[in-house]
Structures are given as C-alpha cells and as structure tokens.
Design a protein around this ligand. Structure first.
Ligand SMILES: [Zn+2]
Length: 475
C-alpha cells in the first residue's frame, strides 16, 4: 500500500494593487495588443511566483481572507528592466570628464579596472552596483566584469545572494592595453572556460564570453572566443563595435584584410544568436544585414553615445535589416544606471537622427518582449531544479521562456521588488559621481508618474533564438 502524499503547506499569498503594465510582444508587430494595462490592477503571488495579474475588481473577490495586500495605488507595477550593456567595474568613473572613447579608456577605465585584481574591492563594488541597479528597477543585466577572473566570481556571488538573473563575463584583452590588464589568448580561454563551468546555468546566472573589442584582442584570442561559444552552447557573447570613428579607423589598420569592423567579428564566428554588441553606430548596410542574418543583437546606449560624443544610433536602419535592439546604460561611459533616463535619452537621439521612437516602441525595443511580460508560473524548470535542488519555475506566456518568478531564490519577493522613489525623482534630473567612497547619487528621471517595478520576468530564455530576447525593456 502506498503512503499518501504529505499534505502541502498552504502557499504564502501576496497581492499588489496599483496600475499594472506589461508587454506581450513587439508593438511594431502586434500594435495595441502588444501590451496589457490595468489602471487599477492586481498582481497576485503564490510563494513569490506570479499566480494572477489583471483588473483588481475581477481578482480581489477571489483573494482569501487575511492575504497580504500592498496598496500601490497611483504607482505603476511592471516587470523589472533589462540593461543589455553595462560595466560594473566602471561604477566609480561614471561621468569622468572630457574625453572620447580611446582616451577615455586610457585615462579613466584601465586604471580603475586594475583595482579589480583585489577580490575584496571587487566584492565591495559588485554589492554597491547591484544595490544601485535594483534601486533603479533593473533586475537583469548583461555585464562586463574586468580581465580578472576574480571580478566575475565577486559579481556572480553578489548576484546570487540577491536572487538575481544576471549575465556576465571576464574581459578578454591580450594587446593594446596596459600590461597590468593583459591576459593571453590561452589564459583567457582557460579562465573563461573555468568560469563557464563554474557559473553558467548555476542558479539564475549565465555566462557571456567578453572580448572587450577587436582592437584589444589578437586574432588568436578572437578565434578562441569563437571556440568557447562552439564548445558551450547557450553561452552569450558581449562586445563593442563601431562606437567611435577613430576606433573604426584603428580596426581597419589592425585587421587590414577585413571588409569592415563587423566583418572582423564575423570572420571569427562571433556573429550569432546570443551575441550582443554595444553601440553599432558607424555601420553600413552590409554590416547591419549581416547582423540581421546571423541573429546578433545591438545594444543601444544613448547616454554613453551622447556623453562620449560617439554618434547617433540609427534605430530605423536596424529595423530595416531585422536586427534586434535592446537598450543599455553602458555605465561608466553612460551617465546613469536608470533605464527610465536611458529611455528618455533614446527618444532624444531618435529625434536628432530625424526618427521617431514611439512610447510603446521605446518600452520594448527588441523583437522579443517576453521578458516584459508578467507571466504565470506553471511548470517546474527541471534543469535548474536539478542543479540546485531548489524550487524554480519556468513560466509560460505564449511561450515557455519567460520566468514568472517575481523574486529570488527563497520566496523573498521584496528583493526584486524595487520602488523608484518619488522623492528622488522629484529632487531633480541629476547624477553626481565621486571617485572614492561617495560613489554615485543617481536620480531617476523622465517619468512624472510614480512607479514601482517588480522584477517579475527577468529571465532570458536559454533556448530562445536570439540574444536580443535580453532586450525587452519596459518603462
Ligand atoms: Zn561598454
């Protein structure tokens, strides 16, 4: 006779009331049905997983008595933002003055990145950076660490402790950089491989092979970067391309055989799904066509492009060539970790380029908005459950790839529930940076409406057909 199953404990039920907004698809394709908005909405969680989302009047009567109901009336509840390009190690040099890209790297970036050889320093900055990301409503990001493997360990350890979905990698850089930051093609390969084995798919963390950009890698290093991707399906790639005209000219000198900057990456097999390139400003039609064909994605980083005087991103051209685009803050070249402020600047860049970025388009900016959806949790994610022996759920929302988890690992929904503070927003649209202990005082800008962002579905699908699923961004 079989033993009857043990009675299951009743789930912890939480409900959040407020204006509710989430995205189901790309507004360019689906029009008004790409999003759902409930002026008086209710989000219901069972053990931290999304159980229901909709109009409050429809859902309230079904709530059991005594349920925890948080009232955010007058505020906006939505999934967490996804930042598709940011350098956690550059947190301390945000808004450093007065240079364009190459001088900026030399003068500010490389000296600060040197400090990440010290794991304790890396840990301290990773903690601060993730606190700031959450304060700005960002629950997932594609993140550059530094050349030091310990900088990746520090970052992932801090992300795991907060229950966050993060994608990051060790920078590969074996030439044209100070000796203190130089790896070799072989050491970069070995270190990256070890980090992939340690972190990729561990809990909610994913690895990205991270050549800084073509000028700081030898051909051998780029070749081995391609090999890492071939050997580890599901791993991401992140790099920079065509940010600045001097940089483009330099790449033409370093790779005289190449047709273009993008062609260098293409030659080494680095254009593919799950490859995300920051900037993509000085490209031609053939470059964009190739990115569209291969499934490589663009990260549009407007505050950085304006701050470093790099150029204006051509969103219409990307769309014509079917290239997926996400938004990135690119801190420290970028001036704010706030995706709201980044959206604001993206709109202005489009205006300067003679284009129009519709509010809804600006909210998604990618071909895959599944991450912008508040999705219901329905079935277990076996892979993660196997690995961790803990409870994870894969959500379904028209597809199986969005994560309906509204929180971290242990039912602590408050960890991913981020409130963008009204007082901060009202205090002005400023960003002060200080070297040293004061760090950043970041003020979210743009929106007059009060907002909270609940990180409901920040999971990039491992099996989705493109890295650009990273890029669905709500505001
Ligand atoms: Zn960057």
């Amino acid at each position: 006779m079989s033993t009857p199953p043990a009675p299951q404990a009743a789930p912890r039920i939480q409900a959040f009331r407020g204006a509710l907004l989430h995205f189901l698809g790309d507004p360019d394709e689906l029009g008004a049905s790409a999003h759902e908005y409930f002026d008086d909405g209710l989000l219901v969680l069972h053990d931290g997983k999304v159980a229901a989302a909709g109009a409050a009047h429809a859902l309230l009567p079904g709530l059991p008595e005594g349920v925890e109901l948080a009232d955010y009336s007058g505020k906006l509840i939505m999934p967490g933002f996804v930042d598709t390009h940011v350098h956690y190690a550059q947190t301390d040099i945000i808004a450093a003055y007065g240079e364009q890209l190459l001088e900026w790297l030399e003068r500010y970036t490389f000296p600060i990145e040197r400090r990440f050889a010290d794991p304790e320093y890396a840990r301290e900055v990773a903690d601060f950076f993730l606190t700031e990301l959450l304060r700005n409503g960002t629950t997932t990001a594609l993140v550059f660490a530094t050349v030091h493997p310990q900088s990746v360990d520090a970052f992932f350890t801090a992300a795991q402790a907060r229950g966050l979905r993060m994608i990051a990698g060790k920078v590969l850089m074996d030439r044209n950089c100070p000796e203190y930051l130089c790896d070799t093609a072989d050491s970069a390969y070995a270190d990256s491989k070890a980090l992939i084995e340690k972190w990729h798919g561990t809990y909610r963390l994913l690895y990205a092979v991270t050549p800084r950009f073509a000028p700081t890698s030898t051909e051998r290093q780029l070749e081995l970067a391609g090999r890492l991707l071939d050997e580890h399906p599901g791993v991401y790639l992140q790099s920079h391309v065509a940010e600045n005209k001097s940089e483009v000219a330099w790449v033409a000198e370093l790779y005289p055989w190449s047709r273009s900057y993008i062609d260098v990456y293409d030659h080494f097999g680095l254009l593919r799904p799950r490859a995300v390139y920051a900037h993509c400003l000085h490209l031609d039609a053939a470059d964009r066509e190739r990115m569209g064909e291969t499934g490589a994605a663009m990260s549009f980083c407007p505050t950085s492009n304006l701050f470093l005087g790099s150029g204006l991103f051509d969103a219409d051209a990307a769309k014509r060539h079917r290239v997926r685009v996400g938004l990135g803050t690119d801190v420290g070249g970028g001036t704010s970790l706030s995706m709201l402020r980044t959206l604001d600047e993206a709109y202005k860049v489009a205006q300067l380029a003679g284009q129009r970025l519709s509010p809804l388009r600006a909210r998604v900016l990618s071909g895959d908005a599944r991450l912008g959806a508040i999705a219901l949790s329905r079935r277990p994610d076996r892979q993660f459950r196997r690995r961790q022996g803990r409870r994870f759920h894969r959500a379904r929302s028209g597809s199986d790839s969005a994560d309906g988890s509204a929180h971290g690992q242990h039912g602590r929904s408050h960890r991913a529930a981020v409130r963008i503070d009204d007082a901060r927003r009202r205090s002005g649209d400023t960003c002060h940076a200080h070297h040293g202990s004061a760090r950043i005082h970041e003020v979210a800008a743009l929106s007059r409406s009060r907002a909270i962002a609940i990180g409901a579905s920040s999971r990039p699908p491992q099996d989705a057909p493109g890295a650009s699923s990273l890029g669905s961004i709500g505001s």
